[in-house]
Design a protein around this ligand. Structure first.
Ligand SMILES: [Zn+2]
Length: 66
């Protein structure tokens, strides 16, 4: 946990803070998924397709093994 300078008031703010306690400037919350961001949306779709693909592969293997 460190400190960063607020771009609005240039005060020292915790990097974990969602907004500046002095001026109320909002920071990007690291680690949170923003679904309005197309990059995150594509990542989510890729993950879903991957999971569905793996699940389908496992089901096929189990099915042929019986
Ligand atoms: Zn500030």
């Amino acid at each position: 946990m460190g400190l960063t300078a607020c771009p609005s008031c240039e005060g020292q703010v915790s990097t974990q803070a969602a907004f500046c306690p002095k001026c109320g400037h909002q920071f990007k919350t690291p680690g949170s998924v923003n679904l309005k961001d197309p990059v995150h949306m594509i990542g989510l779709v890729v993950i879903v397709l991957f999971v569905v693909g793996v699940a389908g592969y496992i089901l096929r293997v189990v099915w042929t093994a019986i």
